[in-house]
Design a protein around this ligand. Structure first.
Ligand SMILES: Cc1cc2nc3c(=O)[nH]c(=O)nc-3n(C[C@H](O)[C@H](O)[C@H](O)COP(=O)(O)OP(=O)(O)OC[C@H]3O[C@@H](n4cnc5c(N)ncnc54)[C@H](O)[C@@H]3O)c2cc1C
Length: 330
């Protein structure tokens, strides 16, 4: 690990100031915020991230809270741990899909340390990106080795220039729930989470979201909802594993059991949580019978373009979509 300066932030303003000083042109060397450190320290140990300063957010006062927004929704501080998120009675009552997503992450030990903000901002798990001595496209090189290489765990949507998959389990669920984020930097701004993540392009392949250096996520807002939600994740091992594919689904039914609103978002299949607006509008007004569910699942994968080793993700994801919609109709 490269030597670095460790600083405890006393407040959000303090953190923003500390992160804004001594910026480097290489994004991997610029000062980084730290929540639970469950991802950041791993990338630092492999010299993937080499920040000259780490700003500890956990010393900021009055954080780690989940509070009512007074309008039936919830405000989750970005420093809430994954364990506290999953155990919160209001989250369990109104957003069960979010509890399932949080429970599916890693191990109890990692969930005790890991924060919601860190989960959304964790770096990709692509094995080429994580290889210490390899400079892939995302690390400033000129090749995405997964496109022609070992791509079993990679994206089936978009096709490049980098075919990583977005690793966070909370993100697809928060997107399906219509969450918004508060971002603190030189100014404070609110952003719907579906505008937060960025697809890799030739110009911005080294980042995964719209955060500018010095900015941090401070809050996640969940709107009030009457809808049912679920998160179904398939992993190769039953514990301590990332999604090979996952589905976050939020459905509100009318009194006659036709769909009032639906939002389905896929995880583990694209460089960002993958929204399916065509599926959402197809479902509206229909009853979730077997035929509708099956057509929705086919539609969800219609634009997938698998790589040489990940064609299995199409039937896998199709099954997960059918399971999620069938569950929400029960
Ligand atoms: C063995 C293992 C298994 C895992 N399995 C899963 C899994 O199944 N699903 C899953 O989703 N994740 C998984 N993770 C990834 C991740 O460590 C956890 O999800 C955890 O939530 C990360 O939170 P953290 O607070 O420790 O992040 P940190 O390590 O502190 O930060 C992660 C990144 O986010 C940045 N960051 C932190 N807080 C903020 C903020 N408030 N605003 C802006 N940027 C911020 C940091 O600079 C860093 O780049 C796993 C990790 C390990 C080590």
């Amino acid at each position: 690990m490269k030597a670095f300066e460790w600083v405890n932030a006393a407040s959000v303003d303090d953190a923003v100031k500390l992160l804004g000083e001594n910026r480097k042109t290489d994004p991997d060397e610029t000062p980084r915020p730290m929540g639970g450190g469950q991802d950041l320290l791993t990338t630092m140990k492999s010299y993937i991230t080499r920040p000259m300063r780490v700003v500890n957010l956990k010393t900021i006062k009055d954080t780690g809270k989940i509070e009512s927004d007074g309008k039936g929704g919830l405000t989750i501080n970005a420093l809430v741990t994954l364990t506290d998120l999953a155990n919160h009675p209001e989250v369990q009552k109104t957003y069960p899909g979010l509890v399932e997503a949080a429970h599916s992450i890693a191990t109890p030990q990692i969930r005790n340390m890991g924060t919601v903000g860190g989960n959304l901002n964790q770096r990709p798990r692509c094995w080429y990106y994580r290889l210490e001595n390899l400079q892939c496209l995302k690390r400033g090189g000129d090749t995405c080795y997964a496109i022609e290489g070992e791509n079993k765990y990679h994206a089936i949507f978009t096709g490049g220039p980098c075919v990583m998959v977005h690793p966070s389990d909370l993100s697809p669920m928060l997107m399906a729930l219509g969450a918004t984020l508060t971002i603190a930097g030189r100014t404070k701004r609110e952003l719907p989470i579906d505008q937060f993540f960025t697809l890799p392009t030739a110009e911005n392949v080294r980042r995964e979201n719209v955060l500018q250096p010095g900015e941090i996520v401070t809050e996640i807002h969940l709107p009030a909802t009457q809808a049912k939600s679920t998160y179904i994740k398939f992993k190769e091992r039953s514990s301590l594993d990332f999604a090979m594919a996952s589905v976050a689904a939020v459905v509100e039914l009318n009194a006659d059991r036709s769909v009032k609103t639906a939002r389905v978002v896929l995880g583990g299949v694209a460089p960002i949580p993958w929204q399916l607006p065509k599926v959402d509008s197809f479902l509206k007004g229909r009853k979730l019978d077997e035929a509708t569910v099956s057509q929705a699942a086919t539609l969800a994968l219609a634009e997938a373009k698998p790589l040489s080793q990940n064609g299995y993700k199409i039937p896998l994801t199709n099954t997960l979509v059918r399971r999620a919609l069938t569950k929400l109709n029960a």
